[in-house]
Write a protein that binds this ligand. Structure first.
Ligand code: NAP
Length: 246
């Protein structure tokens, strides 16, 4: 088992990439705390992981709610003795061309995708520093590196978390903490399921590996980055995109 007993918080864990990561980490022996706004989906995830070493602990949590987060992290630190790994994965889209984007669309996406990462990381970092170790991973996107039409808000957040990753790698390296971002390309999850077939076909055509990624493709990268195999890897943005941007 590559993550035996590692206490791991995953946000946005009830669906897509987060769910697959939670199941893989549980299989690899981690103590997974699955955080999401969707209680019902968390409960079904808990059942799915019942046979793993520690199961999965569901935690209804909104990454924009700092009181919620403090209570959850305090509880985890009391119950499990500290957080080893945080995966900042919760994310939403609210797409529109710039001239049509409302302030509400901008604010919602910034609050979840960018401030949510700040909230969560600020809450776990002091405990990690105290214990002299910890790994923080973030789901960015190819859109954060190269932009995308109609995604001003989303691109700003996904580029923003790359800046945070670089800054935190510098700020906390000497304390024994590692920070890395993963930039998925085009992944088959509920987030992309309603895209028109024409758009999907065009994206696949542009992807050298000629397929959409699976949530498992991203989960396996998180597994590597969270494990001790990546003990000299920090401040990186790793693409999991089938070569989309080469
Ligand atoms: P997903 O299937 O929609 O999963 C995201 C989960 O996060 C959902 O369960 C969602 O709940 C939850 N969530 C939303 N707001 C939250 C909040 N405030 N606090 C806690 N949880 C919240 O999406 P996904 O495709 O797996 O995306 C996961 C991450 O990968 C996101 O950061 C996304 O931007 C990034 N990403 C995805 C792709 C892709 O092609 N799919 C590509 C690059 C990057 P609700 O469903 O109730 O909103």
């Amino acid at each position: 088992m590559r993550l035996k007993d590692k206490v791991t918080i995953i946000t946005g864990a009830a669906s897509g990439i987060g769910k697959e990561t939670a199941l893989l980490f549980a299989k690899e022996g981690a103590k997974v705390i699955a955080c999401d706004v969707n209680k019902e989906r968390l409960e079904s995830l808990e059942k799915e992981a019942a046979d793993s070493l520690h199961g999965i602990v569901p935690c209804k949590l909104d990454v924009t709610d700092r009181d919620d987060i403090s209570a959850c992290v305090e509880d985890i630190e009391k119950r499990f003795g500290g957080v080893d790994v945080l995966i900042n994965n919760a994310g939403i889209t609210a797409d529109a061309l710039l001239v049509k984007m409302t302030e509400d669309q901008w604010d919602r996406v910034i609050n979840v995708n960018l401030k949510g990462v700040f909230n969560m990381t600020q809450s776990v970092a002091p405990g990690m520093v105290e214990r002299g170790s910890g790994v923080v991973l973030i789901t960015s996107s190819v859109v954060g590196r190269y932009g995308n039409m109609g995604q001003t808000n989303y691109a700003a957040t996904k580029a923003g978390v790359i800046g945070m990753t670089y800054s935190w790698a510098k700020e906390f390296g000497k304390k024994g903490l590692r920070f890395n971002a993963v930039a998925p390309g085009f992944i088959q999850t509920p987030m992309t399921k309603d895209l028109p077939e024409k758009v999907i076909d065009r994206m696949i055509e542009k992807t050298p590996l000629r397929r959409m990624g699976s949530p498992g493709d991203v989960a396996k990268m998180f597994l590597f980055l969270a494990s001790d195999e990546a003990s000299y890897v920090t401040g990186q943005v790793i693409g999991v995109d089938g070569g989309l941007v080469v």
